[in-house]
Write a protein that binds this ligand. Structure first.
Ligand SMILES: [Mn+2]
Length: 506
């Protein structure tokens, strides 16, 4: 893989340096009480100006939704900033303490809630170090890296918002939440309809400069609605990515020595890398990247709990290939590639010794493409025959995995999948065409674009990335997609409902 262990070593050193800076910063401030007092007065003034007279006392009582939305509305768009930071005076969270407070509340929920209860883990439970937020797998003191997946069954008749990559785009997130307010599904941060849930598919930060504000908003939503807001771990929920693609730099620029990078990235470890979501005997796989042939979720799917977890202790991709799946036999090139790249391993990080497919993998666009290929710059690309087989082998007699809904596969320049994402109003179902039409001139009218779409057996859906981003700029789109999964008693009646909301990007 193009990112190796040295990247996470580097990231660990970075966190160590930040901790040292934090300590030095605290010492300096003791000797600069006067300056500190001035800073405090300015901060209070900024909070008071931007957030009305509301105090930021605790995570639960932070600014209410409308105040928060107004403060964020003043922020210049990512497209205008082009990577620069907004003026400090406009920051809706002038002090890191506000971010820290929601993280504390989040950690309290993660370490005392369902994740820590006996019986909720199928197979091996996490080690005690998993719940010790002062440790991490990349820091000191060190704990093991322990990724996991979740099964979540909800009552039939439930609706689930699904949101693709946000990448530091607070304006699009708030536009989507605004639409949910109009539709009466949300009131402020509070879900009003007992049958409504929300699932965010990862890549919350990096590339856009409002990662802090995005995470803060997501955590406020989750804290206000325990068990109803699912945050899934994308490939950017990894210290080796956020240290390279902008988020740690954003935090440092906004908060200086106050920014506790180790604390912020520790929240990644409590996010499942996939959620099997559904009702009765039917689920779909929600994740950021793609399928992971080395994982066997059947123990989890067979458990009689409606909310349960299973660790990814070991991935056995070669063991899967040894079952001689037909796709690897019928498609010799795909079989040879798989034999070359598949391996059995215990994940030491999201990317080593190889990537976790749920976080990283992609899918072919056309049904006529090969069943398996490897992109050494990124991850693996799975075709229809391979996905059909993998979902079948990963289904349990009691619970069938009917399809995959994910995000991740975006480009800053128009390419086959980006053009189809635009034409499909931000939710593209793979394999609708067998091949790219001659001359690269596909007919948008040949694609599904309806406001309510059935979910064929074994289908894979990619959701678009938010528009106030290099992706929106490069592909010329300005809409965010509001996707709601309608869960009926019978899977054949499930629907994906699509709505778009314009995001002013100037
Ligand atoms: Mn991604």
């Amino acid at each position: 893989m193009w990112i190796d262990d040295s990247a996470s070593e580097l990231a660990a050193q970075l966190v160590q340096r930040m901790r040292l800076k934090l300590l030095c910063g605290a010492l300096r401030q003791v000797t600069r009480l006067g300056a500190l007092r001035l800073k405090l007065i300015l901060s209070v003034w900024a909070v008071g100006t931007l957030l009305g007279s509301l105090p930021m006392a605790s995570a639960e009582s932070g600014p209410d939704f409308e105040v928060w939305r107004e403060a964020c509305a003043r922020l210049p768009k990512n497209r205008v900033l082009g990577g620069r930071l907004p003026p400090r005076a406009l920051l809706p969270l002038p002090r890191f303490a506000s971010v820290s407070a929601v993280l504390d509340a989040y950690f309290s929920g993660a370490t005392n809630g369902p994740l820590s209860q006996t019986g909720t883990w199928v197979g091996e439970s996490p080690s005690p170090g998993f719940f010790d937020v002062a440790r991490s797998w990349h820091g000191n003191p060190r704990t093991a890296f322990e990724p996991f997946v979740q099964k979540r069954l909800v009552p039939p008749g439930s609706q689930v918002l699904l949101q693709g990559d946000l990448h530091g785009d607070i304006h699009s997130l708030l536009a989507v939440l605004g639409r949910l307010q109009e539709r009466g599904l949300l009131k402020g941060f509070q879900i009003t309809d007992p049958r409504f849930y929300m699932a965010f598919l990862g890549d919350y930060t990096d590339r856009g400069v409002y990662g802090v504000e995005v995470i803060y908003t997501l955590l406020r939503l989750q804290l206000a609605n325990p068990g109803r807001v699912l945050l899934i771990r994308g490939n950017h929920e990894d210290i080796s990515l956020v240290s390279r693609y902008g988020f740690l730099a954003e935090g440092q620029a906004k908060y200086g020595a106050d920014f506790d990078a180790a604390k912020v990235v520790r929240f990644h470890d409590f996010l499942p890398v996939a959620v099997y979501l559904g009702t009765g005997d039917a689920v779909v796989q929600l994740c950021h990247g793609g399928v992971e042939p080395g994982f066997d979720p059947r123990p989890l799917l067979q458990s009689d709990r409606t909310n349960a977890f299973q660790r990814i202790v070991e991935l056995k991709q070669q063991v899967y290939l040894a079952t001689k799946p037909a796709w690897a036999q019928n498609d010799a090139a795909a079989g040879a590639e798989a034999a070359k790249w598949f391996r059995d391993f215990r994940p030491q990080s999201p990317i080593s010794p190889s990537v976790i497919g749920f976080m990283w993998n992609d899918f072919t666009v056309f049904s006529g493409e090969t069943a398996f290929a490897n992109n050494p710059e990124r991850a693996s690309i799975y075709g229809k025959a391979a996905v059909t087989h993998i979902l079948q082998t990963q289904s349990a007699p009691t619970t069938r995995v009917h399809g995959v809904i994910r995000a991740h596969q975006h480009s800053g320049v128009p390419n086959p999948i980006m053009r189809r994402l635009m034409a499909s109003r931000g939710a593209f179902r793979h394999w609708q065409e067998t091949a790219e039409p001659a001359g690269d001139r596909f007919e948008a009218s040949s694609l599904e674009t309806g406001a309510s779409r059935p979910i064929p057996e074994g289908s894979v859906w990619t959701l678009n990335v938010s528009p106030d981003s290099v992706y929106g700029q490069g592909n010329g789109f300005t809409f965010a997609t509001v996707v709601i999964l309608q869960i009926a008693p019978a899977f054949a009646d499930w629907r994906l409902s699509m709505d778009t909301v314009e995001v002013p990007v100037k």
